[in-house]
Design a protein around this ligand. Structure first.
Ligand code: ADP
Length: 270
């Protein structure tokens, strides 16, 4: 449409006067919308061929003549890499929905405790029994919010704790309310993060350059997703970390979003 989008600032002008400065950001805004649409479209288009490639690889691996070791190894590579690409596409798609999507009104109290219990079970499977995973949660505490979005955010934090904690480590998932906020915390005894990386961790594709990352097939989008989901719930993320000791990822939600008791609640998604 033909509307102008203006950015307006008020700046002091001399002793008593103020100046109103308007900048035309219409073009900038249009470009940003185009960028988002482009990402949304391309990721959507990438999905179909990926599904085909995965399907064909699967079929091939089941054929009897697919006997040679080289052949099997090549197929595994195709499957591994296309799975990795699928994860990337899914994350990008989710991110573009979070960026463009309407903010939903947080009408339903979500049973976060049940959600975290389910996530802990998934995390144990991922860990293969190599970590001690503990829950310290207020089972009665609910949160007004978007079930699906919260689940993706919390899942990313829990999965990261498993990925970046060496065997025999300990991971605690906490869910509680105090005077200041409703907290969802993931505490691990993992590799930790050097302090200078902390401010940039939630940037798209940002990954800490360390030996630990090569082993894990991440997209670098997980914490970006967390940041977007939290901001849509008026919440913020605090990260505390000590190298080779561990990290705490602390999500702080406004207390006014909390709910208690048997009020109609959304069932935990799995
Ligand atoms: P990735 O897909 O690489 O895991 P994320 O956005 O989820 O992407 O995380 C960004 C980076 O932050 C990771 O690559 C890792 O270096 C670091 N990181 C995230 N969580 C942890 C954690 N619990 N312990 C140590 N490092 C972490």
């Amino acid at each position: 449409d033909e509307h102008l989008i203006l950015e307006i600032r008020i700046v002091p002008y001399g002793q008593e006067r103020k100046l109103l400065v308007a900048r035309d950001v219409t073009r900038l805004h249009r470009l940003e919308v185009m960028r988002r649409d482009f990402v949304a479209n391309i990721t959507h288009e990438l999905r179909t061929p990926l599904t085909v490639i995965q399907g064909v690889a699967e079929t091939l691996s089941e054929q009897e003549e697919a006997g040679s070791e080289d052949f099997q190894r090549s197929l595994e590579l195709i499957q591994e890499q296309s799975q990795r690409m699928s994860r990337l596409v899914d994350d990008l798609l989710l991110l573009s929905r979070l960026e463009t999507g309407e903010r939903k009104s947080a009408a339903v109290p979500v049973d976060v405790a049940a959600m975290l219990e389910a996530l802990a079970v998934e995390a144990s499977a991922l860990s293969g029994g190599r970590h001690r995973i503990e829950l310290d949660i207020d089972r009665d505490l609910k949160l007004h919010g978007d079930q699906t979005e919260l689940r993706s955010a919390f899942s990313n934090l829990v999965v990261n704790a498993v990925k970046y904690t060496p065997a025999d480590g300990r991971i605690v998932i906490r869910w509680f309310v105090d005077d200041d906020a409703v907290h969802m915390q993931v505490v691990d005894t993992g590799f930790g993060i050097p302090p200078h990386h902390l401010p940039r961790l939630t940037e798209r594709f940002y990954r800490v350059d360390s030996g630990h990352n090569d082993a894990t097939a991440g997209t670098g989008l997980g914490l970006t997703i967390v940041k977007h989901v939290l901001s849509r719930h008026d919440a913020r993320l605090e990260i505390r970390s000590q190298l080779n000791k561990g990290s705490t990822f602390d999500c702080l939600f406004p207390v006014k979003l909390s709910a208690r008791g048997l009020a109609a609640s959304a069932s935990p998604g799995t």
